[in-house]
Design a protein around this ligand. Structure first.
Ligand code: GLN
Ligand code: ZN
Length: 779
């Protein structure tokens, strides 16, 4: 197999990965049914196998080869990084009991590692590069017993084979796997997971040998960490790891041809390293990066012998895009190697399945879009162009260019009133009064106790609530009936918070299907989809809206809900809005103007909403920006510009209020250190962040940073069904108080409660209040 002359050629057209959740979220439903105990593992396996089978058939029908390894096996029950962890036997010691003697875990065990159980916390979850997908962070220590503990990936290849396909197994590569891992609980101070590379590689070698034996001509190893500058390891070590890993894996006698996929950015100085390694194919993200230029002679001559896979179709957005330009990049790539293939820039897991599955979407808008299936079609067109020449695909290229032109001139894409308002902004529109004066005015207006308690906004979205929303959409109930039901729900939630003893009250967000879509539905310039789901983590999916035109607010959105809520309680009610950055991050955003410009349009709409809330007597307004960190560009050179417009748009939205009005923000992660300056620059009065999951580690970053405004590090991990005990919350609060002055500290959960059930929510909130009272008395 090592003789390159006997290797099968890389397919001319391919994709890095495909959505796995299913066109109708079949996987989500099947997985959740299994969790609920209403189906067996065998039934779940059968559903998953059906999904994989229909995906292969679909991809072949869309133009990918059936038998040339063009179709990647990119299925996962929960997460691809967790898959890699269980494949190599990297099970944290607290879950060791789940593994059989050969190191394997069954499906139930796999999900337990992902979701936690009892006192055992799940693997930490964090953002996957610059997407809003979240992966589980493996825990690696000197004790991690690497071995090939699962042959699932081999079995999936064989399953495909039995159905008449030769597919391409895909797995997270060894370097990325270790770079994304964190030290285990047992690891000594200063331990680096990457130091275990030498022990991990034999497992990958064994896996490759198994795949070769099963007849796999190609394997895909995903190495996105090679393009990222947000990796903590020094770059020289990353490059050395890549060199060592691919020298070792490439040198194996029994292996498929190796395709290293490097999505989410340009490889830069990692390209020469891969070029001289024995791998056969390398992908280049030509959406994020350009065709490499200025390469040294050794790299050029090495690359000339590889398949270069041009990621020219954007795996990240839903625009049909400029196909002519994409083909141009492939032509450019031919200057580096005669052997060029076309692919998506990233896995298509970030986009929905099919534009043709959207009967209610505006017909004209649809011609500007490409979801996963349309992008696979585009790959197939460009592959034909590579083989048969530009002429052969002229019609398709022309049609894509015409769609772009139509989009540029369509009504609503540019609205003069929106543009002139944005153009007239001055520095003063981005500034609030001095913090000290605000603090005094807010103390006076709000009379909050020491360690004020609040929640992040949503309460559990019960089946009743969802049913009411569905009934309204179907016309089964009218607006008045819907309003009545939602108000009853709000009253219940307010009474509950009063009874539990929370200080700042929320309305619970029952009227919101989703924190972004709700605003998208109420703002001009957006469209929403019916089936456009994308996986966010595990079984969780979101349905991003499409921001296609200039944004404005035809009328107030949340004001009636908030004022109704305030009539139910003497305590301050917190108005709840989603911030401009998050609205952009969780939508598919127009790509025809700088993001900053679009963000300011959204910010102005929110600024008007906040002014209306304030005028209606709402004294606290939270503007959620959980995605602030998420959109941060991977390349340092791009970060300053991003922070300028993202922070600027938040300030534009929130700085129109009086000193006495308290602005909160909420961020969904705990890597505070990375964006501390940005968070400070938001100039919010109170910031709530995630902290429970990482056991309050973040408070030390906060302390070091000298952050002086209100801060609520979460004390309840809402990603897990576990109820934190009073003792646990007390301990978290004490840890927080050891680092942060009590005057600044707020008490709240990690995030909204909408995905939780009532029983666990109520129990958890009661424990939080009991712990707070206890700490208040003692401090
Ligand atoms: N206010 C939102 C909620 O509570 C915030 C959600 C989020 O940060 N993702 O649901
Ligand atoms: Zn959150």
């Amino acid at each position: 197999m090592t003789d390159t002359t006997t290797r099968s050629a890389f397919p001319v057209g391919t994709i890095i990965g495909y959505p796995r959740i299913g066109r109708r979220r079949e996987l989500k439903k099947a997985v959740e049914a299994f969790w609920a105990g209403s189906t067996t593992a065998d039934e779940l396996e059968a559903t998953a196998a059906e999904l994989r089978a229909s995906t292969r058939e679909r991809l072949a029908a869309l133009g990918l080869g059936r038998d040339d390894a063009a179709i990647p096996e990119s299925f996962s029950f929960y997460d691809q990084v967790l898959d890699a962890a269980v494949t190599v036997g990297a099970i944290p010691s607290r879950f060791a009991g789940l593994a059989a003697t050969d190191g394997s875990v069954d499906l139930a065990g796999y999900f337990t590692i992902a979701r936690g159980e009892g006192e055992k916390a799940p693997l930490e979850m964090t953002k996957w590069f610059d997407s809003n997908y979240h992966y589980l962070v493996p825990e690696i220590g000197p004790e991690t017993d690497f071995r090939l503990a699962s042959d699932r990936i081999v079995r999936e290849f064989e399953e495909a084979r039995a159905a008449g396909f030769v597919t391409r197994p895909a797995i997270v590569g060894p370097v990325t796997f270790l770079l994304l891992s964190k030290p285990s609980d047992e690891a000594p101070e200063g331990f680096r997971p990457l130091s275990r590379l030498g022990d991990l590689l034999p497992v990958y070698r064994e896996l490759l040998a198994r795949l070769a034996a099963a007849g796999a001509p190609w394997v895909q190893l995903d190495e996105p960490a090679l393009v990222s500058e947000s990796i903590e390891e020094p770059r020289t070590e990353v490059l050395e790891a890549a060199r060592a890993a691919y020298a070792e894996l490439g040198g194996a006698a029994e292996r498929p041809a190796i395709f290293v996929a490097a999505p989410y950015g340009s490889l830069d100085d990692a390209l020469p390293v891969l070029a001289v390694s024995p791998v056969e194919a390398i992908s280049l993200d030509l959406v994020k990066g350009a065709v490499p230029a200025g390469l040294d002679a050794a790299t050029r001559s090495a690359l000339a012998g590889k398949t270069l896979v041009g990621g020219v179709i954007d795996g990240h957005n839903i625009w049909r895009g400029d196909l002519e330009a994409a083909f141009g990049k492939l032509t450019e790539l031919l200057s580096l190697s005669p052997d060029v293939a076309v692919s998506t820039s990233t896995s298509l897991q970030h986009v929905p399945h099919d534009v043709d599955d959207e009967p209610d979407l505006d017909a004209r808008l649809k011609t500007w879009l490409a979801f996963a299936d349309q992008k696979v079609g585009q790959v197939a067109v460009l592959a034909r162009g590579i083989v048969d020449g530009h002429e052969a695909i002229q019609d398709e290229l022309t049609a894509a260019t015409a769609a772009l032109a139509d989009r540029a001139s369509a009504p609503g894409v540019r609205v003069e009133a929106v543009r002139s308002r944005e153009a007239a902004l001055t520095r003063a529109d981005f500034r609030r009064g001095e913090y000290g004066a605000r603090q005094a005015a807010q103390d006076e207006a709000l009379h909050l106790p020491f360690l004020p308690t609040t929640t992040i906004g949503s309460f559990p979205q019960t089946a009743d609530i969802r049913r009411s929303r569905a009934q309204l959409a179907k016309g089964v109930i009218d607006e008045a009936e819907y309003l009545g039901r939602m108000q009853a729900e709000i009253k219940r939630v307010v009474d509950l918070q009063e009874e539990i003893g929370l200080d700042v009250i929320v309305h619970g967000e029952p009227e919101r299907n989703d924190m972004v879509q709700y605003f998208a539905e109420n703002l001009d310039g957006f469209a929403v989809t019916q089936n456009g789901w994308v996986q966010s983590y595990g079984s969780r999916c979101t349905r991003p809206s499409i921001l296609w035109g200039d944004v404005s607010r035809p009328k107030p959105i949340t004001v009636d809900w908030s004022t109704y809520t305030q009539t139910l309680t003497e305590k301050p009610v917190k108005g709840m809005l989603t911030g401009p950055v998050t609205i952009l991050a969780w939508s598919f955003v127009r790509d025809d103007q700088p993001l900053g410009e679009t963000a300011r349009q959204v910010a102005l709409a929110l600024r008007d909403e906040i002014a209306d809330l304030e005028a209606a007597g709402i004294r606290v307004v939270q503007v959620d920006e959980p995605a602030l960190r998420e959109l941060l560009p991977l390349k340092r050179a791009d970060q300053a510009d991003y922070l300028e417009w993202s922070v600027g748009s938040f300030r534009l939205a929130t700085s129109g209020v009086a000193d006495a009005t308290q602005i909160h923000t909420h961020l969904c992660y705990s890597e505070f250190g990375v964006v501390i300056d940005a968070i400070r620059n938001l100039d919010a009065d109170v910031t709530s962040i995630e902290a429970a999951r990482s056991r309050m580690e973040v408070v030390h970053d906060i302390q070091r940073s000298g952050f002086e405004h209100g801060i609520g590090p979460g004390v309840y991990d809402i990603h897990s069904p576990r109820v934190p005990s009073v003792a646990e919350v007390t301990e978290l609060l004490e840890t927080a108080l050891s680092a942060i002055p009590g005057r600044q500290l707020w008490v709240n959960p990690d995030c909204g409660l909408k995905t939780r059930g009532y029983d666990e929510t109520v129990a958890s909130l009661r424990n939080i209040i009991a712990a707070t009272r206890d700490v208040r008395e003692r401090v």
